[in-house]
Design a protein around this ligand. Structure first.
Ligand SMILES: NC(=O)c1ccc[n+]([C@@H]2O[C@H](COP(=O)([O-])OP(=O)(O)OC[C@H]3O[C@@H](n4cnc5c(N)ncnc54)[C@H](OP(=O)(O)O)[C@@H]3O)[C@@H](O)[C@H]2O)c1
Length: 381
């Protein structure tokens, strides 16, 4: 395999990207990235010709004329000197081995979540990236959502007093067929790992590292899935010496059981002096109700999409609605990818998401999975 030294990765005007695992989400990521200047889709690797051709088509539909090389396996893609940045987009059980291979080949790594099935192998990947001087990040899209960033600012500024409670109700569609890899815990790690890491990471970011204290799991009512389709985890975040919150009680409910068109996600955050409700798994609406000063409320009210502040005595209500959920999603993926390229060009740059964040989210996910007595696969590696 050809290895790229760190010096070669700085200040490039064009990046050759390669994608391993050209399924549903890889196509969405390519659609998200194709407007970025300075990117060339150099190579795709997938076992199926249909998947390879569909991914190449998505890129071409953006007006790109250069056609990518198509490979049947990851090793062939990693031997292609035109590839400098690799996106690992396979199911989770393959993330660890592929991430190690990408870094060992000296390529920068855009790793899909959850980044593997257990924290220790991902920590090993993070150490290798550090020692090889390659950039690596995880695709935790929520950290790049404007409403989440606003909330993070409010937490850091103490705008509504300390954060006390987070409650997630994530009602997702239950239409994946029983043979899908999500329902095979040996491939997905189960719902708390495959999907839960997004939200564990988010609350880790807002409230400090969490520890799982209770969990439960139930099958889909129809009993058609191999892994539980309804899971609930309870965690306590922060509260350690020197941390900015006193301790936050968080509950995480994920149900992949809703009929088509009925999915909804609500995240409520309770602060000492207010409530914030976020709507949508890619948050697209924020509602705040609290006792804030005019200056504090202005931080929210000055956001694009904010309606005029509603005052009721000392009580403030703010509502912010962002248009176009899909574009919000694509923009978050672009922002995560740009952060990776910045790190690749400048080793001192710190992206908003590191592999260490992935390790912490996976640690919480695995601990909750164990408490729910969901059988966990043996860690890879
Ligand atoms: N960050 C986010 O918001 C987000 C959202 C959705 C999904 N994801 C993540 O993206 C990754 C891919 O999810 P997806 O929904 O795109 O899955 P998918 O549609 O099943 O695509 C994964 C592709 O990987 C390839 N693959 C290689 N080896 C495989 C194997 N042993 N078993 C199954 N597939 C294999 C398959 O293509 P070939 O058959 O052609 O090899 C498959 O189409 C997962 O890690 C998922 O958690 C992230």
């Amino acid at each position: 395999m050809t290895a790229f030294g760190p010096s070669e990765s700085t200040h490039r005007r064009e990046w050759g990207i390669g994608v391993i695992g050209c399924g549903r989400f890889a196509r969405f990521v390519l659609e998200s990235l194709r407007p970025l200047p300075g990117l060339r889709l150099a190579a795709l690797a997938s076992r199926s010709t249909d998947n390879l051709e569909a991914a190449a088509r998505v890129w071409a539909e953006g007006g790109q004329t250069a056609t990518p090389c198509l490979y049947r396996d990851a090793d062939a893609l990693l031997a292609d000197p035109a590839v400098q940045v690799v996106l690992v987009m396979t199911p989770p059980h393959l993330h660890y081995a592929l991430a190690l291979a990408v870094i060992s080949a000296g390529r920068h790594l855009f790793l899909e979540k959850p980044g593997g099935l257990a924290p220790e192998p991902l920590a090993e990947v993070a150490e290798l990236a550090e020692s090889r001087g390659v950039a690596a990040t995880m695709d935790f899209v929520m950290r790049y959502n404007p409403l989440i960033r606003l909330l993070r600012k409010a937490v850091l500024l103490g705008t509504m007093g300390p954060l006390e409670r987070v409650a997630l109700e994530n009602e997702a569609h239950g239409d994946l067929p029983p043979e899908h890899w999500l329902w095979d815990a040996a491939k997905s790690g189960g719902l708390l790992v495959e999907h839960g890491v997004h939200f564990f990471d988010l609350v880790n970011w807002l409230a400090g590292p969490g520890r799982a204290v209770a969990a439960a799991a139930l099958p889909h009512r129809a009993g058609s899935t191999r892994a539980p389709a309804r899971v609930l985890a309870v965690a306590v975040h922060g509260g350690g010496a020197g941390e900015r919150v006193d301790g936050v009680m968080a509950t995480y409910y994920h149900a992949f059981t809703r009929p088509s068109g009925l999915a909804r996600t609500a995240l409520r955050l309770t602060f000492q002096r207010g409530f914030v409700d976020l709507h949508g798994w890619i948050p697209e609406r924020l509602e705040l109700d609290g006792t804030l000063t005019a200056a504090e409320a202005e931080v929210f009210a000055s956001c694009p999409g904010a309606e005029p502040i509603a005052w009721d005595g000392g009580r403030v209500r703010v509502r912010i609605t962002l248009p176009d959920r899909q574009e919000l999603y694509r923009a978050a993926i672009r922002a995560a990818f740009i952060a990776l390229l910045q790190k690749a060009g400048d080793p001192c740059h710190r992206p908003a998401v590191t592999l260490a964040d992935g390790v912490n989210a996976l640690r919480l996910a695995r601990a909750a999975t164990a408490l729910a007595a969901i059988p966990s696969p043996a860690p890879a590696g």
